[in-house]
Design a binder for this molecule. Structure first.
Ligand code: SAH
Ligand code: SF4
Length: 356
């Protein structure tokens, strides 16, 4: 992909755009004011604009569809310059906060679920994204603009704190360099200024890359898509488990630098009659022993053609109760946006007219 202005960190732009203070102004325009055209950058001189248009294209994507769920979840379909598409989801939650007088007020809390690749190589048997195979990595700018475009479309103020989860399409650690660069761009105080502590990387468990990410000490949160407690079942669900088994993932997590106030999240996709029994719950407790962990149980979301089934609510609660009784923190993820196929594992590339 040809690079766009969004693909550069601020310091890279400061090195190449002269005078360098202009770089900060441009960053402000694109990431704080969500401007998508050089014409709208009022304090940038004309001759510089001409140079920017030539060397730093600003056209990166178009939003080609927006679907809104009855629960407020919105799913956006982005199309990039090569015609490929990826989805990003905006999740809305009410957050209780106290005002200056100590009264409880409810405010909106926004979480952006972003894609890191078009398709995915990992091939999990329960995931719809995997069905279309791998198409390509998203560039840092294609990741960052999922956020700036959604903020613009929803009139979200530049200084409103939002959370980012890399849980859309793709395996973020399989697109390591671009995702790390996106994190740096997204957290820049002169840009979107979203603290790395509010950014969660969800991975199917590429242990060597977890270790590599840990060494960078970016301050990001980690979520591990564990889903199974023995390698046999996990390899069936996540074929890549043959290369990176459960123990290797646990070892990598133990080394990962985690903010003292936070925990490592373990996502556990619950599939009826596969991994919803108490024996598995007990194994999970033992496996996570000594890790500051939080388990998030996810209902399997079925899709046409799958043989896996959604577990009953009762079995989810039984599983959760068992973990809680062993003092392991555990929540059940609310599935949001099911009616618009925006829920976990329901994102996939859309076939475009005329696209082969
Ligand atoms: N590739 C990364 C991040 C994207 S997937 C990962 O696997 O962690 C985001 C989450 O959606 C993962 O926890 C994944 O296991 C979950 N998921 C995938 N398919 C699902 C389905 N059919 N139902 C519910 N959750 C699913
Ligand atoms: Fe890829 Fe994650 Fe889907 Fe597995 S669950 S195929 S890693 S996107």
């Amino acid at each position: 992909m040809k690079k766009t202005i969004y693909d550069y960190t601020l310091s890279e732009l400061q090195d190449s755009i002269k005078p360098s203070f202009r770089a900060k102004q441009i960053y402000n325009w694109i990431y704080k004011k969500y401007v998508t055209s050089y014409d709208d950058m009022k304090n940038i001189p004309k001759d510089l604009k001409a140079d920017l248009i030539e060397n730093y294209p600003i056209d990166i994507c178009k939003i080609i569809a927006i679907e809104e769920s009855s629960d407020g979840t919105k799913k956006y379909l982005f199309q990039y310059n090569d015609g490929k598409t990826a989805e990003a989801v905006l999740l809305l939650m009410k957050e209780k906060q106290k005002d200056e007088d100590g009264n409880i007020i409810k405010s909106e809390k926004y979480t952006f679920c972003v894609s890191s690749q078009v398709g995915c190589k990992v091939g999990c048997t329960f995931c719809l994204t995997a069905k279309g195979g791998f198409v390509r990595n998203l560039t840092p700018g294609e990741i960052a603009t999922q956020i700036s475009y959604l903020k613009k479309d929803n009139n979200i103020a530049e200084n409103k704190a939002v959370n980012i989860v890399y849980m859309g399409m793709g395996e973020p650690l399989d697109n390591f360099d671009n995702v790390v660069k996106a994190i740096r761009i997204i957290s820049d105080l002169d840009g979107l200024a979203i603290s790395t502590r509010r950014q969660t990387i969800s991975t199917s468990g590429l242990s060597t890359k977890i270790a590599k990410l840990g060494k960078l000490d970016l301050g990001v949160q980690l979520a591990i898509s564990l889903h199974a407690v023995d390698d046999e079942l996990r390899s069936e669900l996540i074929p890549m488990n043959k290369a990176y088994n459960i123990q290797s993932i646990i070892d990598a997590v133990r080394e990962f630098p985690i903010d003292a106030r936070k925990k490592v999240m373990f996502e556990y996709l619950v599939i009826k009659d596969q991994n919803d029994d108490i024996k598995s719950a007990d194994k999970l407790v033992k496996l996570l022993n000594g890790i500051d962990a939080k388990v998030n149980l996810i209902f399997f979301n079925p899709f046409p053609g799958t043989t896996y089934e959604r577990p009953s609510k009762n079995s989810m609660i039984r599983f959760q109760d068992y973990l809680l009784s062993k003092k392991l923190m555990c929540t059940i993820r609310e599935s949001k946006g099911i009616d618009i196929s925006a829920a976990c594992g329901q994102l996939k590339e859309k076939e475009q007219d005329g696209d082969s």
